[in-house]
Design a protein around this ligand. Structure first.
Ligand code: SF4
Length: 189
């Protein structure tokens, strides 16, 4: 039932402009899917008819950064790919939000190797982490609803302030650890 039908005749509603703007923003998030691995399949399922991300107004996936305001990183990110991801993030207009979907994007997951970024939050400001390997579509929807709550509360990412400048990924994110067992690399017999 629409709000017009529930109000008595000739009555009116007052609100604040920021509330209306935030309501419009949270109801029309445009995600940019940066899907690099298996988590991307669950991301696709989230937009399918069974889970119907359109219920939250966030089904319009865009691969053009300037039309998107919600970056969803789904899957592991190689160190060579991070500058590309950062460029995409920089091209998105403010206000913008970032979801780190799955163990790999958030921590590197099982890929404890020099080639995989051990958590994209070392290089991007992440707003919501979605746990799982892979997260189910319901979990991603919960993450998107968390973004909507952030929009409702302060309207802008990073608690009302502008984003911090990004660092370009030139240094390794991996801390070298000793081999678990003594290992000798030789010619063999
Ligand atoms: S978190 Fe699991 S499902 Fe997601 S990309 Fe990594 S290995 Fe694949």
């Amino acid at each position: 039932m629409g709000i017009e039908a529930t109000l008595p005749q000739d009555s009116f509603v007052t609100t604040q402009l920021t509330k209306v703007i935030n309501w419009a923003r949270r109801s029309s998030l445009w995600p940019l899917p940066f899907a690099t691995a298996c988590c991307g399949i669950e991301l696709m399922a989230t937009a399918s008819s069974r889970y119907d991300l359109a219920r939250f107004g966030a089904e319009v996936m865009r691969f053009s950064p300037r039309q998107s305001d919600l970056l969803i990183v789904a899957g592991r990110v190689a160190i060579k790919m991070m500058p590309v991801l950062q460029r995409i993030y920089q091209q998105m207009a403010e206000p913008k939000w970032v979801v780190s979907m799955g163990a790999c994007a958030s921590t590197g997951g099982v890929f404890d190797t020099y080639a995989v970024v051990q958590g994209i939050d070392q290089f991007l400001p992440v707003d919501v982490y979605v746990p799982g390997c892979p997260p189910r579509p319901e979990t991603l929807i919960e993450g998107i609803m968390a973004i909507q709550r952030i929009v409702d509360e302060d309207g802008l990412p990073s608690k009302g302030g502008l984003r911090q400048p990004l660092e370009i990924a030139v240094q390794p994110t991996h801390e070298v650890k000793p081999q678990p067992v003594p290992l000798t690399v030789g010619r063999g017999v």
